[in-house]
Design a protein around this ligand. Structure first.
Ligand code: URA
Length: 248
């Protein structure tokens, strides 16, 4: 494996130890040790992934890419910053890296699985329209979803775009004839703007609640409380990167 060298001040800044200026000051004032040695030059190159860096009592080990699974609650926007709204990044208590972003978007009122990473290449591959990565949602619908809807969803629908939607798998989990509501699961291969809401509108029904539970091989951890995030396991990262490589 190639050994990659990186400036000490850059590693610490990217890992959230402080601003570039703060980090430089900490290094110059002797508060940073690399592999047991105090280093006073911010520009010192250190081996990216193996260096053991202590800064102000915290151990930093650099990882080029980090991956988080977020259980997105309703009421936050899928953006990295917003002048008025709380963003999904605001929910990460102590992010291991700067430069994180959400892979794709969930509407402000949609809950569930959102991947946050700084790995642009993986994000690109997961979001590419040509890769058809399956995304599964659970939804509560105002109206009685029926077999005709299932058929329409499976054959592709005109939702007002240039092309019809790709086939989607709609399963009826429960219908409540008294309240005229349905609980469904739906798997889509694309990620068009408001896609599921627009698909139900096209059959005269309204989405009341929407939650994503799966994206490709990645499943929302049922033990992850709403509003919280955790790092992906090695296995989850491998499954995700393998899948993205194969274009599934
Ligand atoms: N479809 C929608 O309509 N909204 C989402 O947030 C995701 C898929």
């Amino acid at each position: 494996m190639d050994v990659i060298m990186m400036r000490l001040d850059r590693i610490l800044t990217e890992m959230g130890a402080g601003s570039r200026q703060e980090v430089k000051k900490q290094i110059r004032t002797g508060q940073v040790r690399v592999n047991g040695q105090t280093v006073r030059k911010p520009e010192t190159k250190v081996e990216e992934t193996s260096a053991e860096i202590w800064c102000m009592g915290t151990l930093y080990r650099y990882e080029p890419f980090v991956y988080y699974m977020l259980h997105k609650p309703s009421g936050v926007v899928s953006a990295t910053e917003d002048a008025r709204e709380r963003t999904v990044l605001d929910l990460l208590e102590s992010p291991a890296r700067t430069g994180l972003f959400p892979v794709g978007r969930l509407d402000k009122d949609t809950e569930g699985l959102l991947l946050l990473t700084n790995d642009g290449e993986l994000a690109h591959r997961l979001l590419s329209p040509r890769k058809h990565v399956d995304k599964t949602y659970e939804a509560v619908i105002d109206g009685m979803v029926n077999d005709q809807d299932v058929k329409q969803f499976s054959s592709g629908m005109d939702i007002g775009d240039d092309t019809p939607t790709l086939p989607a798998v709609l399963s009826i989990l429960h219908t409540d004839p008294e309240q005229k509501r349905s609980r469904v699961s739906i798997t889509i291969q694309e990620g068009r703007y408001h896609q599921i809401k627009r698909m139900f509108e096209a059959v005269g029904k309204k989405v009341l609640y929407l939650k994503r539970i799966r994206m490709g091989p990645l499943e929302l951890d049922p033990s992850l409380p709403k509003g919280q995030a955790r790092r992906l396991t090695e296995e989850e990262i491998r499954a995700l990167t393998d899948k993205a490589d194969k274009g599934e």
